[in-house]
Design a protein around this ligand. Structure first.
Ligand code: MN
Length: 229
């Protein structure tokens, strides 16, 4: 059987030190996973179970990209995040088994049209157009867990035009990586190739046309993105 139209391209992410690429299935994102970021967004960090939203796989773009400034926003925000890349899927996973499903880790940006998100929140509408727009998920090369283990602490930072904007530590995550994988696997069946963006530390803010973003996580990698003027 042949396709009626050309099939969509599989989005891929380079793998550090490997002559192979990681194929992306879906992109899940966790909201409010660092207490100080939850507070800066006006929420109580202690009382909320994790919640998830999604970006399409083809929102993923590689490090070093120069991107057009997104349409339909005057308030583009940066959120620097640890990205988990799954090697194996599954459902109903236990936390103590979850890390065996991980292929590796990367550094990601959950780019957000904060103005559209605020409108959606106010109207009780979905966040998709605030979070899942084109090129909204820059991701660094993936480093295999076989090389770096499973990072649970280490500085996570974002600079814009050389100025520090976000700084935190992975140890500040409210829901840890194994807990997030287990929780998510009880909502949907995880698939090989799924990415999970694990939330952002405090200090989110505006990105302007022409800005150069540099993110890094100790022991995981770094990511640079430039927006066109
Ligand atoms: Mn986020």
């Amino acid at each position: 059987m042949s396709y009626a139209i050309s099939p969509p391209t599989i989005t891929t992410v380079p793998v550090e030190d490997m002559d192979a690429v990681f194929p992306v299935c879906r992109v899940f994102c966790v909201g409010r996973n660092y207490a100080e970021h939850a507070i800066e967004m006006g929420h109580d960090p202690d009382r909320e179970p994790p919640f998830f939203f999604m970006k399409p796989a083809d929102a993923v773009v590689p490090t070093g990209s120069t991107l057009p400034f997104p349409s339909a926003t005057e308030e583009l925000h940066h959120e620097i995040e640890l990205v988990v890349a799954l090697e194996r899927g599954g459902q109903g996973l236990a936390s103590d088994d979850a890390l065996s499903h991980v292929f590796g880790y990367g550094v990601g940006l959950d780019m957000t049209r904060r103005d559209l998100q605020a409108q959606a929140k106010k109207a009780g509408r979905p966040w998709d157009m605030a979070k899942g727009f084109d090129r909204s998920a820059p991701v660094s090369p993936i480093r295999p867990a076989s090389a770096i283990g499973h990072p649970s602490d280490g500085a996570i930072r974002l600079r814009i035009n050389g100025e520090p904007r976000q700084e935190g530590d992975l140890s500040q995550q409210i829901w840890k990586v194994p807990e997030m994988i287990a929780y998510l696997s009880n909502l949907i069946e995880l698939q090989p190739g799924d990415l999970i963006m694990t939330g952002t530390p405090k200090g989110v803010g505006r990105v302007e046309r022409g800005d150069h973003l540099e993110g890094d996580i100790d022991g995981v990698g770094d990511l640079t993105i430039t927006y066109r003027r």
